[in-house]
Design a protein around this ligand. Sequence first.
Ligand SMILES: Nc1nc2c(ncn2[C@@H]2O[C@H](COP(=O)(O)OP(=O)(O)O)[C@@H](O)[C@H]2O)c(=O)[nH]1
Ligand SMILES: [Mg+2]
Length: 376
Amino acid sequence: MTSPLSPIPADSAQTLELAIILPTLDERDNLAPLVERIAATLGGTGWEILIVDDNSADGTADEARRLAMSDPRIRVIQRIGRRGLSSAAIEGFCATAAPFVAVMDADHQHDPKLLVDMLACVKSGEADVAVGSRFAEGASMAEWGRPDREKLSSMANTLARKLTGVDLTDPMSGYFLLPSALARAMVPKLSGIGFKILLDLLATSPTPLRVQEFPMKFAARLSGESKLDRAIALDFLAGLYDKSFGRVIPTRFALFGTVGMMGVGVHLAILYACILVLGTNFGWSQTVATFGAMTFNFWLNNFLTYRDRRLKEPGKLFWGWVSFVAACSIGAFANVAVATTLHDRGLHTMAAALVGIGIGSVWNYALSSRFVWGRY
Ligand SMILES: Nc1nc2c(ncn2[C@@H]2O[C@H](COP(=O)(O)OP(=O)(O)O)[C@@H](O)[C@H]2O)c(=O)[nH]1
Ligand SMILES: [Mg+2]
């Protein structure tokens, strides 16, 4: 028999209203001062902070737990073997009972003071989503001190507006607030990869969302470094692809296939270089070219296709390469076997070769995503 929960004294707490999701990757030193700033803005109760950490090497999750020990308004979700800002936000949407959720950088680039107006605006029903904008009138990025990133963001924004038809000054903003039920209702349709989550939400909603922008002073990060600098352009393109064609051909497979096609170019270049420059015979040249192309593909897939699971330590890189070569060898065997059989049965040479390549690629992709970059 379950015993009833002991009632909480009515005057001890305001009911939970807002969850602030802080996705984190190596933000240990930013957490304590940020919690303090949020508490100073929002007051004693009615809110909670959800720190969604992707197993940061600097011990961010432990620091979050340390803070949570003495403050029940703080909760921690530590994810192991998973990465990504969008999926971290989604995790937060689904882990709170608060009727409103905000997503915010943990590095102090977003001013918590805006939360009050953003919440009031969405709560009153004036807008479905409140967005902190770096580009709306009255916003400023002077404190950011990154004109290169400023330009990249503004280009990405223009492209995002054109492609999704969302008319906002900053659809790539990482600072926004909306009713959590609205966010959760869209989760099954969100792409959840790399893509800026706000744009994903706006593009996914079956009816256009009413958005209110709040100009913000985009500050420099307090401590640590940006994780999005290098990958941002690629993540953005991958996100747009995923939204448009991802259901037909999965994004990762499309990247894997593109890398594979580049590998064919590398193979031919090495082959001809060996034959024409070094004068090696065809057999040896073909062997060197095959290993060269596999090594190139392994490196580029590790850099691009699996950038969220990138192998880094020398030992892991070596065994990753060995298993990639093994996976590709089986793929090559399947490719030749299927293509030869089809060709023998009268299929056109080109068609037989393409079917072989198709089967080999799917096989290589399946094996390597499981055994090279996967988790056992
Ligand atoms: N959980 C999680 N958080 C991330 C990831 N990448 C970035 N973040 C966090 O997302 C926020 C925005 O990232 P940041 O590096 O500041 O990007 P920038 O502001 O565009 O330079 C920060 O709080 C990061 O710690 C990720 O893969 N997983
Ligand atoms: Mg930031």
